[in-house]
Design a binder for this molecule. Structure first.
Ligand code: PGA
Length: 247
């Protein structure tokens, strides 16, 4: 595991630069992408690199990490809309290489089946994930095991409140679909993106407590290719010996 801590104003550019480097060395990169507040500045920075001709998604595959059930198609708080708005609509990704949970409300089982078949045997080169306030990864809520499959999940109150913050309304979805931990653990690399002082306590639990399914992200520590990209606000509770502050 590598823990990279960056100053907040340098964080997104550094993650975007690392991502561009991966895409350049492996243009057919297969990756899953999270939504929400944390990755947004990384997407802004990578779109800027794309505009400057420094990165291309033309041969890449992008998988949407998770999706809410119950929001109407095209709802701005859906994960699909958030990822389209932040990244997919602004780069040269082939539309057929954007893999999402298709029409999830009509038939969640079919959406899961399609996602799994698109992931195929090869799976993911890069699993990029955020960290929930309750330690979740994607919508793999506390209590999820490392071998969990892509599936329908019941959302915790904390995750529902976060959805309200994205604009999902005062009665946010109760369930969602998520790529399971097994697919994330099988990826060649996992990047855990964490920013902000409000994530400092959970990040300390993820990185320094005994790994437990009760803090889903702590299970990622057994992945040999885990990199944690944290900003210094999120890293304030980490023991000094675990971090390598880069500027
Ligand atoms: P955030 O959400 O990036 O909006 O904080 C992360 C998550 O809940 O997975």
């Amino acid at each position: 595991m590598e823990i990279i801590v960056l100053e907040p104003d340098a964080w997104a550019e550094r993650v975007a630069a690392a991502w561009a480097e991966r895409l350049t060395s492996r243009p057919g990169l297969s990756m899953c992408c999270p939504t929400g507040e944390t990755p947004r500045p990384v997407y802004d920075a990578v779109v800027e690199l794309f505009g400057a001709g420094q990165v291309s998604f033309a041969r890449a595959d992008v998988f949407l990490l998770d999706e809410y059930l119950g929001l109407p198609p095209g709802h701005p708080a859906s994960c699909e809309s958030m990822l389209r708005d932040a990244l997919v609509d602004h780069v040269d990704l082939d539309p057929s290489a954007f893999h999402l949970f298709e029409d999830p409300n009509r038939d969640p089982g079919a959406a899961i089946h399609r996602m799994e078949s698109d992931l195929g045997e090869a799976g993911l080169d890069l699993a990029m994930v955020g960290l929930g306030l309750n330690g979740h990864v994607g919508m793999n809520e506390p209590g999820t095991g490392a071998s969990s499959l892509t599936r329908v999940v019941e959302l915790t109150e904390s995750t529902r409140r976060t959805a309200t913050g994205y604009g999902a309304g005062a009665s946010p979805p109760t369930h969602g679909l998520t790529i399971g931990m097994k697919r994330l653990m099988d990826a060649s690399e996992v990047w855990l993106l964490v920013t902000g002082g409000h994530k400092a306590q959970i990040l300390r639990r993820v990185l320094t407590d005994e790994p437990t399914p009760e803090v889903t992200a702590s299970l990622l520590r057994s992945h040999p290719g885990l990199t944690v990209f944290a900003d210094s606000d999120a890293a304030t509770e980490l023991p000094g010996s675990t971090v390598d502050l880069r500027t």
